[in-house]
Structure formats: C-alpha cells, structure tokens
Ligand binder design. Structure first.
Ligand code: ZN
Length: 364
C-alpha cells in the first residue's frame, strides 16, 4: 500500500524547476541529427513559394502548404507541454508564445489530432495538411483554470485551454484535439488542474474540468497518481500508482476508457509490461481496477514515425518537449529534411515520396 499522498519533492514548488525530469536540454539537436540520418536519401526541399513581384524581385512566402507533396510515411511531432505562464523556462512556455505556436502550426498546415487518433490511423486531414499531436502533462492550473464571476464558472482565457478554445473559435478547422496526461493527486495544485485554492482554483472544480475536456473532444491520458518514478517501486506499487490514477479519471468521467499512458519522467518500471497493463485491488472496496493501454508516451525522442510505417510502435511513442524554440526548430527540420507527414486526403493507398525503408501498413 502506498502512502496516501506522497507527492514528489519537486512539486513542493509549483513553478520552480522540475528537477525530477531527466535533463534533456541536449536531446533536441541530437534527435534531429538522428532523424536526418535516418533518411539518408532526403533531398533539401524548397518549401517556400517563390513568386516574382512586378519589379522582378524574388519574394518568399511561407504559405506553401498547397504545394507540399503527400508523404504519409513522414514524421509526426507529438508535442509535450508542461506549464503555460508568464515567462519562458525549461518547463514553461510563455502564454503569448503558446498563442504564436498555435498560429505558426496553423499557418504551416498542421492540424491537431489526439494520440488515440494517431494510433488508430484516423488521420482524416485534407490533402497537403499535416497532423500534430498536443500532449499536456501534469494537470497544472496553468493548463486549465476557472474564474468565478457572480457564481458562474468561466474558463480562464489565460490558461492553456482558454487560449486553445479561443483559437478554435477563430479557426474552426483547428479541432479540440489534444491529449491531457493527468495527475489526480500530486501536490502544489497538480491535482486535476488545481485544488486547495492554489492559483485560485477550488478543489470542488476538479472533476468538472476533467469532464469538460472529455465532453469537448479532448483525450484523457493516465500519468500515475502523483507522478511516481516507477523504476523505484515494486510491481504491486507500480500497478497501484497507475490504477489509482485511472480510477480517479473514472470518478470524474464514469466509464471513460483511458487508452494512453505517459510515463512520469519517461522512466519505465522495472517490469516494463506493467506500464501497459496491470491491475490493483482497492482494499477499501475489494474492487479490482484494471488498466490496459493502447499507447505509452515517453518524454523525448523527436517526431514520431507514421502509423502507416510498420516500425511505428504505439507502446513506445517518442515526444518533442516544447520549451524555448524547440518546436520551431523541429518544424524547420522536418521541412528541410522532407521528413514531414503530409496527408494525401482521401487517397486509399499510403502516399510516399520515396521508397520506404520499412514496410507500409495498408490504410484499409
Ligand atoms: Zn509529468
């Protein structure tokens, strides 16, 4: 039996550094290099439209989406966000920057899909568009907060979900497709987006927030009870941590099937199979809580393979940690190396730009 609530020390300070995360500052360039190496036949692709102005001057326009050739074996970035706030840091994206990132992705022809849609190969984008997966880890108030006005709860427009919903209103083809990897009971407000008045968030609002996400098309994902480093625990404790996280989601959204699990810190349990499936008996009720995920998220590794690539492994999905200019660099790199997934629209066969290094999984 675990202690009832033993949050990791990191959460003692909600907006300080998150030392429990593996420092992967150097990971991005390495990953990009590896990605480029993985596609040795890639040729630089001019993605900007070149138009000749009346004066004969060559103009570059970034609006090149219509010109992109379909490439359904290309890479798909699974973005990993933590805090959205007032400044930039290793774990925080400043909210104005977050808005600009949505804008940038939109203008470059990306549209969001959930992890569940990715693993189901449900990428129903028009030809020329590219999927991007958003994941938000740790359920902080900065991701989803309410403001109370005259007894009515409104989504805080300064929280990540407020910014997202505003963007969705202005761009209806930017769907409510993001995956939230939830902690129900970590300290410092990392408990279904805030409790105990932290950041002005009331404990009573927690389930309502989680249900709001599910009701509006977002995906709910497990992330343990309080961000446990699973390598440190026994098999029984690993299953308890994961199952109690899932049980809490079920309390907020009864019957919800959690299909995706994000490894805290990217750390696997000693018995790796338990990250995917397991069970725990609640000693109070005797009920057995089972979990069986279809997708497991790591914390780094660069853009993911296409689900039409036979080497795609939904039980070990890499992600792109978003901080600083990591997102912008990854997008540039995907275009430069011509390794970006680009939809072929209604095409019944997987469209590719070059012979694949691995087998193609048929679309239907
Ligand atoms: Zn986390």
């Amino acid at each position: 039996m675990l202690p009832p609530r033993q949050p990791p020390a990191v959460y003692a300070s909600p907006y300080g550094p998150f030392p429990m995360f593996r420092p992967t500052m150097a990971a991005v360039p390495l990953v990009l290099a590896a990605l480029a190496c993985a596609e040795p036949s890639a040729r630089p692709l001019t993605l900007t439209l070149t138009t000749r102005a009346s004066g004969g001057e060559v103009m570059q326009s970034p609006s090149s989406v219509a010109r992109l050739a379909p490439n359904e074996l290309g890479r798909i970035p699974i973005l990993e966000y933590h805090l959205i706030g007032d400044k930039e840091s290793r774990w925080m994206v400043e909210r104005g920057h977050f808005r600009r990132q949505l804008e940038l992705l939109y203008e470059r022809g990306y549209r969001p899909i959930t992890v569940a849609e990715l693993i189901d190969r449900k990428i129903t984008l028009p030809a020329g568009q590219s999927p991007v997966v958003f994941t938000f880890d740790d359920a902080s108030p900065s991701q989803f907060s309410y403001v109370e006005r005259n007894g009515v709860l409104e989504v805080d427009p300064n929280s990540a979900i407020g910014i997202w919903l505003d963007f969705h209103r202005k761009h209806p083809d930017w769907g409510n497709k993001a995956t939230f990897c939830l902690l129900p009971a970590a300290a410092a407000g990392h408990a279904f987006f805030g409790d105990k008045g932290i950041e002005g968030q009331k404990t009573a609002w927690r389930f309502r927030k989680v249900k709001f996400l599910a009701d509006n098309g977002f995906e709910l994902c497990g992330h343990t009870l309080w961000h446990a480093n699973l390598a440190k625990y026994s098999d029984a404790e690993v299953q308890e941590q994961i199952a109690r996280g899932i049980m809490a989601i079920d309390s907020a959204v009864p019957g919800y099937r959690v299909r995706t699990f994000a490894l805290p810190l990217g750390v696997w349990p000693k018995n790796r199979a338990l990250a995917r499936a397991g069970e725990w008996r609640d000693p109070r009720t005797g009920l057995v809580v089972r979990y069986n995920f279809d997708a497991v998220l790591e914390v780094s590794g660069g853009p993911a393979r296409s689900p039409f690539d036979s080497k795609f492994d939904p039980l070990r999905l890499p992600r792109v940690e978003v901080f600083g200019n990591a997102l912008e660099q990854v997008l540039d790199q995907l275009d430069r190396t011509r390794t970006r997934y680009v939809s072929a629209g209604e095409s019944a066969v997987v469209a590719r730009t070059r012979p694949a290094s691995s087998t193609v999984v048929p679309k239907r």
